[in-house]
Design a protein around this ligand. Sequence first.
Ligand code: HEM
Length: 550
Amino acid sequence: MFKAIFIHRVQLLKLLCQFHPHCSPPLNKTTTEQTKGQPTKMLETTLLLLVLVLVCVLWYSRGRHSYWANKGIPSAPTIPVFGHMHQLFVCKYPWEAMDRAYKKYGREGLFGRYEMFNPVLIVTDPDILKQIMVKDFDNFTDRRKFGDQPGSIMTSMLSNMDGEEWKTLRSIMTPTFSSGKMKRMFGLVCTNADSLVASCLNDAQNNLLVDMKDKCGRFTMDTIASCAFGIEPNSMTDEKPVFAQKADNFFSMSPYKFARFIMMFMLPKLFNALGLKVDTADIDFFRDVVEKTIRSRQQNDRQRGDFLDLMLNARETNTEEKTTNQDEKLSTKSAKHVLTDHTVLAQCIMFLIAGYDTTASTLAFASQLLARDVKVQQQLREEIQEMVKEEGELTYQGVMEAKLLDACINETLRMYPPGALGERKCTRPYKVPGTEVTLMPGDLVQFPIWSFHRDPHHWTDPETFKPQRFLPDNKANITPFTFMPFGMGPRNCIAMRFALMEAKVALAKLLLCVELQVVPGNEHIILDGNTFLLRPKDGQKIRVTPIKQE
Ligand code: HEM
């Protein structure tokens, strides 16, 4: 093969020389005759070149795709270059190929996959997962960047940050959802949930089916906007709720957007080389909104104690630290992690977007599951009615302590976890416990949330909605690290408590006022296959009927 490469290189050199002004011989009769045979020669050389490139790529691909076999880790057969990535285009859902591999190799504890040439380790042993996500977290603080364009909003979001920078920002943002702050937000969440119920009742009066994904999307947008920024988008009453629509656009994927997304995620260098931008027009919309809100907050000088205040105050502290330190003897940590206007902006936009889809889908799935299970729906209603009877109204404590309500939301998240797959990036050499595998910095580790949640080895009858598995008496039967809709460890979902409170309040308020019913022909939950997030395809239509108040 090397001989072939060498011969080919000589021919290529000759070909190039013919086009180079200093190498080309003067054009005379003899050379004109000589060039007559050149097109065939050129074609031959081009073909040779192509064959050569192909051979090299196949050779390289074969080497890369033996990475796991060389370490004794099983892996499904690959196809050259693509590894397992072609499956994304042939499977109905992006997580389906992973799930098939999980069913085949899941019991091994670890298996390998290839994203083109990139090896990825899939962890299916809950004990190893615990080790990676919690005990040895310092070796896995990062995840892959979702778009890597310095200066862009997407790249500056907390979810995309690495190492120390992530740690500092996360600790600044964490108090947003402290118990005290959550209690203060409870009233706002209730007000927005009342609007959700009123809107559903209005549809019921007009004999309309209710698209729960659309309704709950409006609710979650209004809730996060009012709780975190004091903005009131009024999505529930607006015919064209622009905030919710922009956020929905961000998550809805045409085949083109899906392909673009995959390139941004898996081939960021190519994505950047093609001049594509990670920040879409929807991001620009939110940028304008947040910039205006920050300006107005600064002009009015009024504190609400919300997420925006938290970010602005943290920035002030950092700026002061920076300017008062004349001799530049700032600790590298604080100097490196100064919150800029741009970073603040990026976190605000992230909250508006992240706060929208996941909770809205959860509520839409829960409504459909409860509409199908009339018995559980009635039991849940009775639990909430009892609570209201005792306390006089829906209270923060009551909602957070309601056992069946908690179980129903958890079971919904088990069956339909909005994030189907989790990921960490290795940051220091790491020997996987109990194996001979050593991961190197940059290696990716994934945990298949969807597959864990549907594994009959961990859950009896996993395809059936059985909230009782999450009731206190049964919780001990759940194997740790097999249920993780919000991820796990120090880098789990920062807003988990808020999202749960929001979903519980909305569901409780709905069940107090309406009965959820399945629409004939719409019994099944159809998932959108064009996105990595689990969301109902074309909304989730149900019928609601007002409950006669005693
Ligand atoms: C039912 C609702 C939600 C679900 C199921 C969910 C799920 C997740 C998951 C699986 C992760 C990755 C965790 C990991 O890698 O271990 C995550 C991260 C994150 N979520 Fe959520 N989420 C929800 C709601 C929200 C809301 C309402 C917000 C914001 C208001 C939010 C903001 C974030 C952020 C900022 C991160 C990145 C955290 C970091 O990298 O430090 N999420 N979420």
